[in-house]
Ligand binder design. Structure first.
Ligand SMILES: Cc1cc2nc3c(=O)[nH]c(=O)nc-3n(C[C@H](O)[C@H](O)[C@H](O)COP(=O)(O)O)c2cc1C
Ligand code: SF4
Ligand code: SF4
Length: 371
């Protein structure tokens, strides 16, 4: 039996995430007790959103008074969040708090008060007019400098930071992802709306952040599509019921145990993201590899050197009968190939181990592409 870290290799806030399925916040609904009721089938959760300063707490009151939205209401956000965090203390669910704050100071103050046991998620997602007018939610997507300042304020307190965004609102989602990465954010939690996996791939190709994909991920097919195009984890809000969560958890656990790399990308020429360089050939023909290398500004010789250095001392060095003389350049297991399979057999490498080694290779490639 594999343990969760061997299976998924996921760490958030220095804790092992037991499954890449989690819960996304819903104001007035998702709190610690909501999460604890579903804890058996999730690896992480973001409670909230919680309004954390005068402006956003006033906006929450306006929304709640309008009658059609639930909100968490309290007089003292620090006290309320301390209570919620204490409830989660013994749980193995990696825990985050989704926060509506209107200034870097609000976030800094909260992080000083609550410490580093939780992930701080900035709500740059809410589109309710009262919240946006208070200077949070979608306001941040239209004012990315302010969002970057909030990220920096939290990072200065040494805590893990997630940013919850909705695609298609900022001028350029890729540029936003890059600036959040450069500001020190750890996680990008992306509501993809109906933009689909092409948008996700664009963001994956722009930054090395841990990505949580969100929106209508209620079947294993949809979850797999997200994982194959750059997501590390997926989250559910509206359909975060026990049945759906346990189905996704069981399916991805089985898939990981069979396949060895639970979120392996498609090959580059089949629409895969940048991680698929792990499956790419030597740069000897006109194919999607060439424009990809140009886009990331990597000369062909450097690409060759990077891959060869990355597999040094690993079983991927074997394979003199393969197209390019080593498994380094070999295709994904889903592309049938007699020559690769002969090599794997000869060196007693299972297909699952082959994919695990390709996963390791892709992580080395990612750290070279995004130093
Ligand atoms: C009632 C409700 C309240 C929500 N409140 C928040 C919130 O406070 N902060 C936030 O970042 N997202 C909030 N969301 C967005 C969800 O986290 C999620 O991004 C969205 O519902 C799409 O995911 P789903 O298809 O799994 O529901 C809310 C969604 C709903 C339906
Ligand atoms: S190098 Fe090979 S795997 Fe990569 S895009 Fe070209 S043909 Fe496809
Ligand atoms: S030997 Fe097979 S798996 Fe390896 S590069 Fe050639 S076709 Fe792909």
């Amino acid at each position: 039996m594999m343990n969760a870290f061997e299976r998924f290799g996921l760490l958030i806030n220095d804790r092992i995430v037991k499954t890449p399925v989690g819960i996304a916040s819903m104001a007035g609904i998702v709190d610690a007790s909501y999460v604890l009721d579903r804890a058996g089938n999730i690896g992480f959760a973001f409670i909230g959103g919680y309004s954390i300063d005068k402006q956003t707490m006033a906006a929450a009151k306006v929304l709640a008074a309008d009658g059609d939205r639930k909100e968490f209401l309290y007089e003292d956000p620090v006290e309320e969040l301390k209570t919620q965090i204490a409830l989660m203390e013994k749980s193995d669910v990696v825990f985050g708090i989704n926060l509506r704050g209107s200034s870097p100071e609000s976030f800094r103050f909260l992080a000083k008060a609550l410490g580093d046991t939780v992930v701080y998620e900035i709500d740059a997602h809410c589109r309710q007019p009262a919240m946006v007018a208070a200077g949070c939610g979608e306001y941040y997507l239209r004012n990315p400098d302010k969002l970057v300042a909030a990220v920096r304020a939290l990072k200065a307190e040494g805590v893990w930071v997630s940013v919850k965004i909705r695609v298609g609102v900022a001028d350029d989602d890729r540029a936003l992802a890059i600036s959040l990465w450069k500001a020190g954010a750890d996680i990008l939690h992306i509501d993809l709306m109906d933009a689909g996996s092409a948008k996700l791939r664009q963001i994956r190709n722009s930054c090395p952040l841990l990505i949580i994909a969100n929106n209508s991920i209620t079947s294993f097919d949809r979850m797999k599509e997200m994982l194959q195009h750059g997501a590390d984890l997926v989250s559910l809000a509206r359909q975060s019921d026990e049945r759906t969560l346990s189905g996704l958890d069981a399916a991805i656990t089985r898939y990981a145990d069979e396949e060895g790399w639970y979120n392996s990308p498609k090959q580059l020429c089949r629409g895969g993201d940048i991680r698929a360089l792990a499956f790419c050939c030597m740069p000897v023909k006109e194919c999607p590899l060439i424009p990809t290398l140009e886009r990331i500004g990597m000369p062909r010789e450097e690409y060759v050197r990077m891959k060869l250095e990355s597999v040094k001392g690993t079983p991927l060095e074997h394979g003199s009968q393969t197209c390019f003389g080593s498994l380094t350049w070999c295709c994904k297991n889903s592309s049938p190939c007699m020559f690769r399979n002969m090599t794997l057999k000869q060196y007693d490498i299972s297909t699952k181990e082959y994919m695990r080694l390709k996963h390791e290779l892709s992580e080395k490639i990612m750290s070279r592409v995004f130093p």
